[in-house]
Design a protein around this ligand. Structure first.
Ligand SMILES: [Zn+2]
Length: 247
């Protein structure tokens, strides 16, 4: 049985480069490492791309990162078809495509801010490099300009973002710790990772395993590009980078 991968992106989302050791190659060519800074696809955030650098300087291009097990403990690094296959025990320097990841971190954080501005149950979300989609279970159709203004107030307020680990028992005893009513923490995990925004989590806290920026100003200029009706009680928000066009 393969040991769980030490997922360094959880404590440090800003770790763009780190060393790791090859512990296995799975049946489909996925590279398993003792530890990794490559985020694995989960919770609507796509996995990282980048390359693994060998001692001789050659590169193993990584086109995607996913989990290999339902419990999400084993991270599989998916190499390009033509990439050389590393050997077990080999030490590699792991380079994520930082520009892409940082955009995803900014976008992912923006999705949290949207759930603060529009506190409705989330029925779906997809974080993208240029645009993110968040589906909310709500019947009214808000004005995209006013939602954008409220989002930018949170961005410009430069609230700190940090994580806190709590036990299921603590959560059961303090249901108020999870401010968002839209995300249910996974049961049975023992501990829950809360992503908190604002001093003392005054803006928001919700369970999440993704990567986020460390203060809201880093999100930068964003706007709601579109709000679509998807059924009677579902609204699809599209968050885009850049300021909202005037007019
Ligand atoms: Zn998150």
């Amino acid at each position: 049985m393969t040991a769980p991968t030490d997922r360094l992106f959880l404590p440090d989302a800003y770790l763009s480069t780190v060393e790791g050791k090859v512990v296995g190659i799975d049946g489909e060519g996925g590279i398993l490492l003792d530890r990794t800074n490559f985020y694995a696809t989960s919770g609507g955030q796509p996995g990282d791309t980048g390359f693994l650098e060998r001692a001789d300087g050659s590169q193993i291009s990584i086109t995607g990162t996913v989990y290999g097990d339902a419990a999400k403990t084993i991270v599989r690094h998916l190499p390009d078809e033509d990439a050389p296959v590393p050997v077990i025990g080999e030490t590699l320097v792991l380079h994520i495509d930082w520009d892409r990841r940082y955009r995803l971190m900014r976008m992912h954080t923006a999705c949290h801010l949207l759930s603060v501005v529009c506190p409705y149950p989330i029925t779906g979300a997809a974080v993208g490099e240029n645009e993110s989609r968040v589906d909310l279970d709500m019947s009214e159709v808000p004005d995209k300009k006013s939602v954008t203004l409220e989002l930018m107030q949170l961005v410009e307020g430069n609230h700190p973002i940090f994580t806190r680990t709590i036990t299921e028992d603590e959560l059961a005893a303090n249901p108020g710790l999870v401010k968002s009513k839209n995300v249910r923490p996974p049961a049975g995990a023992g501990t829950i990772r809360l992503v908190c925004i604002g001093d003392e989590a005054s803006v928001d806290s919700q369970p999440c395993g993704g990567t986020h920026v460390s203060e809201t100003a880093e999100v930068g200029a964003i706007h709601i590009g579109k709000i679509e009706k998807k059924g009677r009680e579902n609204r699809r928000f599209r968050i885009r980078f850049g300021a909202l066009d005037r007019g």
